[in-house]
Design a protein around this ligand. Structure first.
Ligand SMILES: [Zn+2]
Length: 338
């Protein structure tokens, strides 16, 4: 059988199980399916047509109507859920539109829940950066003893997050996903939800969210770039991995039902360590910069786009993420079914 006639016995032949596509499929350790995927979507107030996002080819800021259409397509493709980000027409220092009943995301949640019922998991990203005029994830205040420099004020922000969580729950979210990286945010949100009677509504915590350059294109998409400073005082520092486990443990102690690592591809080690450590579902967010890099390279003919999509998603699953938030969710689902 062997082409070399057995001239070199005595070593393992890994190639035996790679010799046909069917054998490779049979022995694949990691599987990727449409059910693993969640699509992030942007819905913008005050536009008549979907607006393309230059740095994210193929991704748009939706109108309410185009979002409803996209949601139906997502359900047909077989993915598990959507995570919603809103861009309001009016921004202010405290992000009032985030918890306004007629705020852009809350209207979208109501409509999608009415359209789709429980067919897709509707996740509400909970943060203030798309809603504040300064672009930070919380309310800001002059720092004590720092010559009037503005800082994001942790505890008053928790009160805002609690109000937003209740508004999102009332609008029909299936999952509340706080992404602001304020200390104590999960406890504050859990308390608010329980107090409002939403004891059964789960919290997916962005537990280990790093201050990453790979969010660049998202800032164009969500129109939430900070107007001063950056997010390094609240998001995690890229060199740290042990700290991710501490953040995850704290969020679980505060009542998180599932946790997320963000970004994904540059933090596969963190995903793997978190997945080893905890016994709750672990998600990872393949962020806008990860998407943009592959799209740009593919547009230049430098990588095979479809293979890059599936290979990166498989890598994130292999690292230990049970589900992946990705802008390719619907397309990848179609590729997987092909
Ligand atoms: Zn934010």
């Amino acid at each position: 059988m062997t082409s070399s006639g057995g001239a070199h016995p005595g070593f393992a032949r890994g190639r035996r199980l790679r010799s046909t596509p069917a054998l490779r499929r049979l022995t694949a350790q990691t599987r990727l399916s449409p059910a693993d995927l969640v699509l992030p979507v942007f819905v913008k107030e005050g536009i008549d047509d979907p607006q393309p996002i230059g740095s994210m080819p193929g991704v748009v800021q939706h109108t309410q109507d185009s979002l409803r259409k996209a949601a139906h397509e997502a359900a047909e493709a077989g993915i598990s859920g959507l995570i919603l980000f809103g861009i309001p027409a009016d921004k202010d220092p405290v992000g009032s539109q985030a918890d306004a009943a007629d705020g852009v995301v809350n209207v979208a949640l109501q409509q999608l829940r009415a359209d789709l019922g429980d067919e897709l998991v509707l996740m509400a990203d909970l943060c203030l950066c798309e809603y504040t005029d300064h672009g930070h994830c919380g309310v800001v205040t002059p720092a004590r003893g720092q010559g009037g420099a503005m800082v994001v004020d942790n505890d008053p922000t928790l009160d805002r997050y609690a109000a937003v969580a209740l508004a999102q729950a009332q609008a029909g979210a299936h999952v509340i996903a706080p992404s602001g990286m304020m200390d104590g945010q999960v406890a504050a949100i859990r308390r608010a939800l329980d107090g409002g009677g939403y004891t059964e509504l789960p919290v997916l915590a962005y537990a280990a969210k790093y201050a990453s350059c790979f969010y660049g294109p998202f800032r164009e998409a969500a129109e939430g770039a900070p107007q001063f400073g950056d997010r390094s005082t609240y998001q995690m520092d890229p060199p740290n991995a042990d700290e991710a486990l501490r953040e995850v443990a704290q969020d679980l102690a505060e009542g998180a039902d599932a946790v997320m690592v963000k970004p994904a591809l540059a933090y596969l080690d963190v995903i793997a360590r978190v997945a080893d450590e905890v016994r709750v579902p672990v998600s990872a967010y393949q962020v806008s910069g990860e998407y943009a890099m592959v799209e740009a390279a593919a547009a230049n003919g430098w990588v095979d786009r479809e293979r890059a999509i599936l290979e990166t998603l498989t890598a994130i699953r292999r690292a230990g993420a049970g589900s992946v938030l990705t802008y390719w969710a619907v397309e990848a689902a179609r590729l997987l079914r092909r």
